[in-house]
Design a protein around this ligand. Structure first.
Ligand code: SF4
Length: 90
């Protein structure tokens, strides 16, 4: 699943916030999470427990992982409960 897109188009923050996603800001990317879509499959936590840790607040810290690797983990979310937006590089 490409969780950087909705209907084949790159997602925007506006879209995600409208859809009820919560934003977790990072330096190189932001990760978004929608609790109502989460199936608690745990792919994210298994993918990188430094970034995704359920018992922690905030439970997602994007900067604990490399953006490229975070994208791979976010894309393993089968429920589209996780989305991401990469920041533009100058
Ligand atoms: S991979 Fe997606 S569905 Fe599974 S626990 Fe993480 S956010 Fe929820």
């Amino acid at each position: 699943m490409d969780n950087g897109r909705i209907d084949g188009e790159l997602v925007t923050e506006h879209q995600l916030l409208e859809l009820g996603y919560r934003k977790y800001t990072g330096a190189d990317m932001d990760i978004y999470y929608a609790i109502d879509k989460c199936q608690h499959v745990g792919n994210c936590v298994r993918g990188n427990p430094e970034v995704f840790e359920v018992g922690r607040r905030p439970w997602i810290i994007a900067d604990n992982g490399e953006a490229k690797k975070n994208v791979i983990v976010v894309d393993t979310c089968p429920a589209a409960a996780l989305k991401y937006i990469l920041h533009e590089k100058e």
